[in-house]
Design a protein around this ligand. Structure first.
Ligand code: RB5
Length: 144
C-alpha cells in the first residue's frame, strides 16, 4: 500500500499516476485533492506524511512544482521527502537518502518521466552502510 496526494496544481498528474499504479498492480490510497479546485498543499502534505511517518510505507506528493509539497512533508518527523526531476534523482533518493516520499511537479514534469520516477522509487532499495549513518544524523536533528 502506498499513499498519493496532490493539490490542484498536481491533480491531473495524480490521476495519471494512479492509472499507472493500477496498471502496475500497486495498491494505493488517494489522500486528495479530489478535484481541480484550488486548495492548500500543506494540508494534503501533512495528512499524507502522518500516514507515512513511522510506517514502512511510501508516499507520492504532487503540486505545481513539487517544492511546496516537499517543504511541507519534511516538517513531519520521520519523513524524508525527495523532490525529484528524473530517473537519477528518483533512484538516488532511495539508494542514498532512504526517501519515504517522492515529490514532483505536475506543471514541471512530463507524465512519462513521472511514471518512470515512480517505478524506480518504488523498486529501489536503500543501500544502508555509510548512508545509514547520515540518515541517523538527520534523525538526530528531529530530536533537538
Ligand atoms: C499552486 O498554485 C502552487 O503554488 C502549488 O501547486 C505548488 O507548486 C507550490 O509549491
Amino acid at each position: 500500500m502506498i499513499f498519493i496526494g496532490s493539490d490542484h496544481g498536481g491533480f491531473d498528474m495524480k490521476e495519471s499516476v494512479k492509472l499507472f499504479l493500477t496498471e502496475m498492480g500497486v495498491e494505493f490510497e488517494d489522500m486528495g485533492a479530489y478535484s481541480n479546485d484550488s486548495c492548500d498543499y500543506p494540508d494534503i502534505a501533512e495528512k499524507l506524511a502522518q500516514k507515512v511517518a513511522g510506517s514502512s510505507q511510501k508516499g507520492i506528493l504532487i503540486c505545481g512544482s513539487g517544492i511546496g509539497m516537499s517543504i511541507a512533508a519534511n516538517k513531519v518527523d520521520g519523513i524524508r521527502c525527495a523532490l525529484c526531476h528524473d530517473a537519477y534523482t528518483a533512484e538516488y533518493a532511495r539508494r542514498h537518502n532512504d526517501a519515504n516520499i517522492i515529490a514532483f511537479g505536475g506543471r514541471t514534469t512530463g507524465v512519462e518521466i513521472a511514471k518512470q520516477m515512480v517505478n524506480i522509487f518504488l523498486k529501489t532499495e536503500f543501500e544502508g552502510g555509510r548512508h545509514k549513518r547520515r540518515i541517523d544524523k538527520i534523525k538526530d536533528m528531529e530530536e533537538l
